[in-house]
Design a protein around this ligand. Structure first.
Ligand code: C5P
Length: 216
C-alpha cells in the first residue's frame, strides 16, 4: 500500500511549510490540493463565469491540466476568495476527486509515497492514509503570517482586511455541507500558534515514526 500522509487545517496554519518539510524528509511527492480550487476560481473569473454557476464550474474542474497548477496568479486575494466560493459545490469537489486520489495512490516514479495538504485530504480524499495531521493556529496569528507573506512578495495589503478575509474563509470552509473543514478522528492535531516551523516538524516526524513503528 502506498505510504500517504495527509495534512488538513485552515489557511495560514503552516500546512504548506510542514508538507514541504515532510516531503523533503521522507522523499514524498507533494500535492497542495488548494491549488486545484484556486485554479477553478481563477479560470472562472477570467472567463466571466459566475462563482455560483455549479455546472460551468464543474466543467472547468473536469478539464484542469497539471500545468494549470503552476499558474502565477493563484495566490492573489481574488484567487483565495474565489477558491473557497467554488469549493462549496458538490460537483466541483467530485470532479477534482479522481485527480487527487490518483496522485495519492500513484505518486510519480522515484518517490517513496505521497503527501497531500488541504481541507479534506484526511477525511474524504484519503481516509485510509497511514498518517494524518490537523494543523491549526489562532486566527490572529494566521492572519499576521499571511500579511507578512504578502508583504514579502510585494503585494500591498492591510492587516485588518487580511484578518477579515481569513475569518470569512474559515467560516465558509468549516460550515459548508460538502466536505467541511474538520480533523479526521485519527489525525494528530497540532496548534502551531506558539511553535516554530522546526518545532512543528520535530513533533510531526515523531508522530510519523510512532505510526510506522506500530505497523511494522
Ligand atoms: O489551502 P488554500 O488556502 O490554498 O485553499 C484555498 C481554498 O480551497 C480553501 O479556502 C478551501 O475553500 C478550498 N479547499 C478545499 N479543499 C481542499 C483544499 C482547499 O475546499 N482540500
Amino acid at each position: 500500500m502506498t505510504f500517504i500522509i495527509t495534512i488538513d487545517g485552515p489557511s495560514g496554519a503552516g500546512k504548506g511549510t510542514l508538507a514541504r518539510a515532510l516531503a523533503h524528509h521522507y522523499n514524498l511527492a507533494l500535492l497542495d490540493t488548494g491549488l486545484l480550487y484556486r485554479c477553478v476560481g481563477v479560470k472562472a473569473l477570467q472567463s466571466g463565469i459566475a462563482l455560483d454557476n455549479q455546472l460551468r464550474l464543474a466543467q472547468i474542474a473536469q478539464t484542469l491540466h497539471p500545468e494549470d497548477l503552476t499558474r502565477y496568479d493563484l495566490r492573489t486575494h481574488e484567487a483565495s476568495d474565489a477558491s473557497s466560493r467554488v469549493a462549496v459545490f458538490h460537483d466541483v469537489r467530485e470532479a477534482l476527486l479522481d485527480f487527487q486520489r490518483e496522485f495519492a495512490e500513484n505518486p510519480p516514479a522515484g518517490f517513496q509515497g505521497s503527501i497531500l495538504d488541504g481541507r479534506d485530504t484526511g477525511t474524504v480524499i484519503c481516509p485510509h492514509a497511514r498518517v494524518k495531521f490537523y494543523i491549526t493556529a489562532q486566527v490572529e496569528i494566521r492572519a499576521k503570517r499571511r500579511f507578512k507573506e504578502l508583504q514579502a512578495r510585494g503585494i500591498q495589503s492591510i492587516y485588518s482586511v487580511v484578518l477579515k478575509d481569513m475569518k470569512e474563509r474559515d467560516l465558509r470552509d468549516s460550515q459548508r455541507t460538502e466536505a467541511p473543514l474538520r480533523a479526521a478522528a485519527d489525525a494528530l492535531t497540532l496548534d502551531t500558534s506558539m511553535l516554530s516551523p522546526e518545532e512543528v516538524l520535530k513533533k510531526a516526524i515523531a508522530f510519523v515514526e510512532m505510526r510506522r513503528s506500530t505497523e511494522r
